[in-house]
Design a protein around this ligand. Sequence first.
Ligand code: TRP
Length: 335
Amino acid sequence: MAAKRILSGMRPTGKLHLGNYVGVLANWVRLQDEYDCFFEVADWHALTTRYENTTALAQDVVDVVIDWLAAGIDPERSVIFVQSDVREHAELHLLLSMLVTAARLERNPTLKEQVRDLHLGENVTYGHLGYPVLQAADILIYRADAVPVGEDQLPHLEITREIARRFNSLYSEVFPIPEPLLTRFARLPGLDGKRMSKSVGNAVLMSDSPEQIRQKIMTAITDPQKIRMGDPGHPEICNVFAYHRKFNEQELAQIQNDCESGKLGCVSCKQRCAAAIASYLAPIREQRAELEQDPRRISEILDDGANRARQAAQATMEIVRQAMRLKRKNHGISG
Ligand code: TRP
């Protein structure tokens, strides 16, 4: 039996952080063993909120791809591609946009959050409203069986599933109804305890040097009740301990004990944490450095990915056009 197919994507936010790695990338890397994988950099999706200034977009795409590769996404086994390289997504997006009401898209909770957070008010564009339709096209054009996503993406996936069912019932059974593959993980807190995010400035990046890591970890907020060495700490509420848990398994029990007893102070705990993260990231950083020296290789990988993705996308579009009766019979002389 052929392996099931998955598709997932990320918007090009530039260099990725540890939360992206732990929450998403490490999972994608594992999924490659089991599934036929398509991984997409969703640059058109990025335009929904940053269409006014696109200067950095192309570099942000490359930075994301470098982090994917350095983390172990394998371009031989998986199809790694950039959304805008496969124009067929735009055609399917248009066709699917007929099958969903504006009211349904206005109810999308993710859109509501963005309208609130970015103070968009009446300035929501038509393209932004259609964000989930484009995402549906991304998924359905590869006839994916499943989509690995975090919980925040479930509303979008639900819209994809509705659109697929609608298409299947109106025309013919073209699309599998894609299942979410929920990634469950304890979310890695940012240095300030809030959700790790580059724009907030509370993130450790996968590409940070050991010195940058050390400087950042030193600013992390720890247990507010532990003020000086000797005070007993509460690792379960400490951001730095959350990092130890993920990146420093070896010393974990010791650190927990010594923090709780008061023997370990926050400064030396942070130094050990920074060292552990730096050594965890060392192989990734090495890979990254190599890839950064080799832009030709990145281009080749993305060209190859685009070709493989396009082939699959074109095959689906043939079926879609047939199903929707959009194909004229060919009465011409050329065959
Ligand atoms: N909306 C996703 C995000 O913001 C990115 C994305 C675009 C995506 N297309 C996708 C995710 C298709 C899964 C499947 O993270």
